[in-house]
Design a protein around this ligand. Structure first.
Ligand SMILES: [Zn+2]
Length: 449
């Protein structure tokens, strides 16, 4: 999947280099960086779990599935934790070095825009350009006229290979698509060109995201959005549309899988066709901002990417932090006390913590245990409420979602919290690795055993 083969060669040759020069190599690579067929976004809010995360990728490679790790952390997470993108880079580099990982890896400036891109330029080599806020804003009339002229050949009916029914497109529909998305494509282009001016073309991965909106984009809209991005000369590597259903953080998909599956499949086929029609990069692929733990649709996605021999980028949220909480609970003693204290404080600060995440969580407050009830739980009871084992009678998605958005409290505990992460690194690391490998990878990818 490395169209020019250069990046892979670079990385393979780098095996004999010192770890330091290997990292440098990843940074200074002047040829086109490419994302491999399968890539997986992981979050590490407190920058302590890189090695445990990487262990899952090493196990996957051992099973014959090559997955590229991408450490993603959004601006919101950095602001909440009080961290810097350089810290994410340093933690990723250290994990790669200590684990002797000799394949590509990336650090993703997740959901960024013009107002915050600067702090990511140096540390990141993957940029998720978020255009959600611009969808629906109208571009200038000249631009819309140009768009309509350019794509008017598609009006009437056109076929996307693999999709049975032809797409019917009236001039009005084309105009409406232009009015809805053209401005956003222009904004993506502006941000892309800014990053390119700082890093140089081909030195970073470009993702365009529009998942954080209320309405899903139809496959036909996705086709013309890609057309508009191509017109702006953006070499987009991954595109993250909004799909039907709710992708709440850290819990399973909520929606109609019978509707999701054909939508996902059509998007795969639309991307293929857009590559050919608009001359977009050959390795352009779909990115799913899964919010982690979408266990009921992971096998559907996995089946469809194998059916069509397509690549995918699956982004997860910072749920590694939930594994840290699970591990602390399991460790007992002062670690369990810390985990319980964080939960109880989260209960008291519910509105403050949930507010910013309103669109991506769905918590039934009546199912949250009170402080009193929680204080009677031992570590394994707490851990089994938090751990996403759908069949376990104690699993509680409401606790899980509340804890997911409560990392601000852990950040406030500072060294007290991170000290416990270090003290109990083995038990926590086990939870982290198992979560990625057993609960995510095995549901998506096809392992030999
Ligand atoms: Zn997203």
């Amino acid at each position: 999947m490395y169209a020019h083969g250069f990046f892979r060669d670079t990385v393979n040759h780098s095996v004999s280099m010192s770890p330091e020069s290997r990292n440098l190599n990843n940074h200074l690579n002047t040829c086109n960086m490419q994302l491999s067929k399968y890539s997986f976004g992981i979050g590490d809010r407190f920058a302590h779990q890189g090695e445990a995360q990487l262990r899952a990728f090493i196990m996957a490679a051992g099973e014959g599935v090559d997955i590229t790790p991408v450490w993603n952390k959004s601006n919101r997470e950095h602001l909440t934790v009080g961290s810097e993108p350089s810290g994410t880079r340093a933690a990723a580099d250290a994990a790669v070095r200590n684990s002797r990982w000799n394949r590509p890896w990336f650090v993703d400036a997740d959901h960024i825009n013009m107002s915050n891109v600067d702090r990511y330029i140096e540390s990141c080599d993957f940029f998720t350009i978020d255009v959600a806020d611009y969808i629906g804003k109208k571009a200038g009339d000249d631009k819309i006229r140009e768009f309509i002229e350019k794509f008017s050949g598609y009006t009437g009916e056109f076929r996307i290979p693999g999709i049975e029914r032809p797409v019917s497109l009236t001039p009005e529909m084309l105009q409406a698509t232009g009015e809805k998305f053209l401005y956003a494509a222009g904004q993506a282009a502006e941000l892309y060109r800014y990053i390119e001016s700082k890093k140089g073309r081909g030195n970073f991965i470009t993702e365009v995201s529009m998942d954080e909106v209320a309405t899903p984009q139809s496959p036909s809209e996705l086709f013309f959005i890609l057309g508009a991005l191509a017109s702006e000369n953006i070499p987009v590597d991954t595109i993250a549309p909004k799909f039907t259903g709710r992708f709440n953080k850290g819990v399973d998909y909520e929606g109609d899988i019978r509707q999701f599956a054909p939508e996902f499949e059509q998007d795969l086929l639309v991307i293929d066709h857009a590559i050919k029609e608009f001359g977009l990069p050959e390795n352009l692929k779909l990115s799913i901002h899964s919010g982690s733990d979408k266990f009921s649709i992971y096998p559907v996605m996995g089946g469809l990417i194998r059916k069509h021999d397509k690549g995918i980028h699956i982004k997860t949220a910072g749920t590694t932090w939930l594994e840290e909480m699970t591990g602390l609970a399991m460790a007992g003693g002062d670690a369990l006390a810390m985990a319980a204290e964080i939960y109880c404080e989260a209960l008291r600060r519910f509105d403050e913590l949930c507010g910013p995440y309103e669109a991506v969580i769905n918590i039934d407050r009546s199912r949250l245990p009170s402080e009193k009830e929680m204080s009677s739980w031992d570590g394994s009871r707490f851990a089994s409420a938090l751990r996403h084992d759908p069949g376990h009678p104690d699993y509680n998605p409401d606790i899980r979602q509340l804890v997911h958005v409560s990392y601000k409290i852990a950040a406030e505990k500072g060294d007290l919290f991170t000290g416990l992460l270090e003290k109990h690194r083995d038990i926590i690391g086990q939870e982290v690795t198992e979560n990625i490998y057993q609960r995510h990878f095995r549901r998506i990818f096809d392992f030999r055993k």
